[in-house]
Structure formats: C-alpha cells, structure tokens
Ligand binder design. Structure first.
Ligand code: GRF
Length: 184
C-alpha cells in the first residue's frame, strides 16, 4: 500500500512508521505527509526525502494524495477533523491514546486524554487504532491494546507509557491491513 501520514505535532508515531518501513516490518511505503501547519514532525519527512504538504485546503490535499497514488491515510496526531470529501475518496485510520470508546470524542485529544485518565485514577489505559468515519473517534476498531499505568504518578508519565505502545501498535495495524487486503 502507498501510505500518507497526517501529522500536527512531534511526529513520533510517524517516525515509528518510518523505522518500521526501513527495517522491513511491513511492505507498504510512506509516500506522502500532510500537515495543517509547520509541525516539528515534518523534520522526519525532510530527513527521509518523503514529499510533504503544509495545507488546510482539502482540494489541494486530495489532488496531492491522488498524484501520489495513496491507498491509505494514517492520522498520527493530526488535530484537524477529516471531512466527508476526503473520506469519500480514501480509507483513513487514526491512532487514539485511550481505550475507545472511553476518553474519546470532542475535546479528548493529546494531554486532555491523559489528564482525564489520571484524574479518574484509572489503573489501565491504552491505545486504539480505528477506521475514521464522519463522527469523532467512532469508526470500527482495528486493534486495541491495554497499557498498565498503575505505577504512573502523573498524566505525563501516562502519556509516555501509552506513546511507547502507540509506536508498536500502529506498525502492527499496517501489517494487519496488508494481510487482510481490505484497503482499496
Ligand atoms: C499521540 O498520542 C496520538 O495518539 C495522538 O497525538 C499524539 C501524537 O504524538 N493523537 P506524535 O506527534 O506521534 O509524537
């Protein structure tokens, strides 16, 4: 599959996908990166000679995705809602740092998720990779993993524990989708 990765932040999940590709963990190729702003994670695109686009213009994004023959869009810390226009043309997956449906939906992104998990004194959090539909954090779940956070003393520690598992989970999902050949 030809992958496009959408990012808004540090891009550590994007970097984990690049590493997985380079080590031969999956056959897919990251062909394109999209960001809504000059995100720090774009440095990994530059370092690895992956084409990228900074834009919020959906028509421009779709045109570029088509030019790169993209089969699958991976949202990896992308903080913009994906519109029907894109969903009509592409299969999109997202990684979310909680055990959806818990701590998902409006307002639950980034540290907001981990702060709420910490405040609720959860002992277990997790990672969910799911298909994206028109509702926030709502599509079918592809893979979900639990993370023991019983030892975490604050939300930052939770986020670090969860992020480590995110990096493993996302590349596994790419392999699952390759094997199932369910992306067209
Ligand atoms: C991750 O926790 C991801 O689940 C969430 O935003 C964070 C992005 O981290 N949606 P990074 O940019 O991949 O480092």
């Amino acid at each position: 599959m030809n992958l496009a990765v959408f990012i808004s932040g540090g891009g550590s999940n994007f970097k984990a996908l690049i590493d997985a590709q380079n080590s031969g963990y999956f056959n897919s190729q990251i062909k394109f990166v999209v960001s809504n702003k000059n995100a720090p994670g774009l440095k990994y695109a530059k370092e690895n000679n992956i084409d990228f686009l900074i834009s919020k213009d959906e028509d421009e994004i779709i045109k570029n995705l088509k030019e790169h023959n993209i089969d699958l869009i991976v949202l990896a810390g992308y903080l913009v809602k994906i519109s029907k226009k894109i969903l009509d043309e592409f299969t999109v997956i997202n990684i979310h740092p909680s055990l959806l449906p818990k701590y998902g939906g409006k307002g639950f992104y980034g540290m907001n998720v981990h702060n709420a998990v910490f405040e609720n004194k959860e002992k277990v959090s997790g990672v969910t990779v799911h298909f994206v539909n028109e509702k926030l954090d709502d599509g079918d779940i592809i893979l979900q993993k639990q993370v023991d956070i019983s030892h975490c003393k604050n939300a930052d520690e939770i986020s670090q524990e969860v992020l480590k598992v995110e990096h493993k989970t996302l590349k596994e999902v790419i392999r699952i989708l390759e094997e199932e050949e369910c992306v067209h």
